[in-house]
Design a binder for this molecule. Sequence first.
Ligand code: CAA
Ligand code: FAD
Length: 387
Amino acid sequence: MSFPLYAPAEEHQMLRETVRALADEKIAPHAAEVDETGEFPWDAYKALTAADLHAVHVPEEYGGAGADALAAVIVIEEVARACASSSLIPAVNKLGTVPLLLSASDDLKRRYLAPVARGEGMFSYALSEAEAGSDAAAMKTRAVRDGDHYVLNGSKMWITNAGISEFYTVMAVTDPEAGARGISAFVVEKGDEGVSFGPKEKKLGIKGSPTRQVILENVRIPADRMIGPEGTGFKTALATLDHTRITIAAQALGIAQGALDYAVGYVKERRQFGKPIAEFQGLQFMIADMAMKLEAARQLTYAAAAKSEAAMQGEKVADLTFFSSAAKCAASDAAMEITTDAVQLLGGYGYTRDYPVERMMRDAKITQIYEGTNQIQRMVMARQLLK
Ligand code: CAA
Ligand code: FAD
């Protein structure tokens, strides 16, 4: 009798091989330059789009590849292994569009998912504001109904790929008296009159992914661009994060895998005291711990992805919120530890820009902060456990 392996299916393994080959050939060679110049990785964007890997999660009925949540994780993981900035292309395309998949009318899905699937424009997600980060419901951006339109005013902070993306899911207050239940979600286009962008933030890592304010000044959009009914935008925003925190976990896994792979190769070559440093047990134990933490986080992330997929297929998955936060938290904490240890394993060389591990360490840090800090993930997990 044979038992199925507790492992990704063959098609997922094949997908991994395809993405790894593409990332090694077309994305990795530019990663250091992207970090150095802070330029958006257009080479990666073109390569991912040409291979139809820029938004694999878009369902077939809207012109996409219709890949499942684990497939999206694998794509992001493998791109991040080569270049964390580039992995935000598939990750943010998913983040921007999941609100539509969860809550939008069929018409809105058709209008906006198809161009993303065709690679004609990317989709960003605008929840945070300068004074409303962790406490996202404290947002001030307003949307006021005016006949068949809404007029949006306010400023969204920290928006990934802002200025590059054509489309934005924007959360705004429609009823200031109703708290979180007075927030609605809208599709805003880059070309809408009154939309502008702040300067690029100067960041520690993911330098090739622009982070900018999205400024909305009397932006008048048709009312049918609202995602779901009025007042449901905050729930849609949080329900989205239940699916997409898993993609940040994937990004963290990829960064950590890249650092581990590099460090393993290095310690076998580098000689001190007359032998390869890989022969010192102190370093062997570090490498074993790095791989162990990575694999534990990976299994949690894949379990979370399976739950995300089941929920997307209409199943009620009571512990999705817990698993999504746990995966993001575990994988990002692991990535920070693993990349820091990778720098240590390379000694002084690891501290320089001549080697990739210091970039990976700087890139890993953001995964503990965005899509909710790891303090917020722990709060979300505790709330699930204690409710
Ligand atoms: N799914 C659906 N609805 C949910 C939900 C979920 N997972 N969690 C809560 N809700 C609902 C609640 O039921 C409640 O609705 P009712 O009043 O109708 O019951 C409503 O949402 C408000 O919930 P809370 O009272 O729990 O809300 P809160 O104000 O206490 O805040 C929070 C909750 C967990 C702290 C939330 O604000 C949060 O996650 N903050 C972190 C912000 C964040 O993650 N930002 C990410 C920005 S995107 C990003 O960073 C991009 C990138 O990486 C590239
Ligand atoms: P704060 O909320 O001010 O937190 C400061 C500190 O206080 C943190 O350590 C936090 O964990 C802690 N803290 C806050 N509240 C609590 C609490 N209740 N209990 C314990 N500790 C607490 N947002 C978007 O909407 N779209 C994007 O595309 C996007 N991309 C981003 C890209 C980058 C590079 C960055 C830096 C941010 C991005 N964000 C985006 C915003 C990101 O989600 C927020 O920065 C994050 O949620 C934290 O909010 P904050 O920066 O205001 O920190």
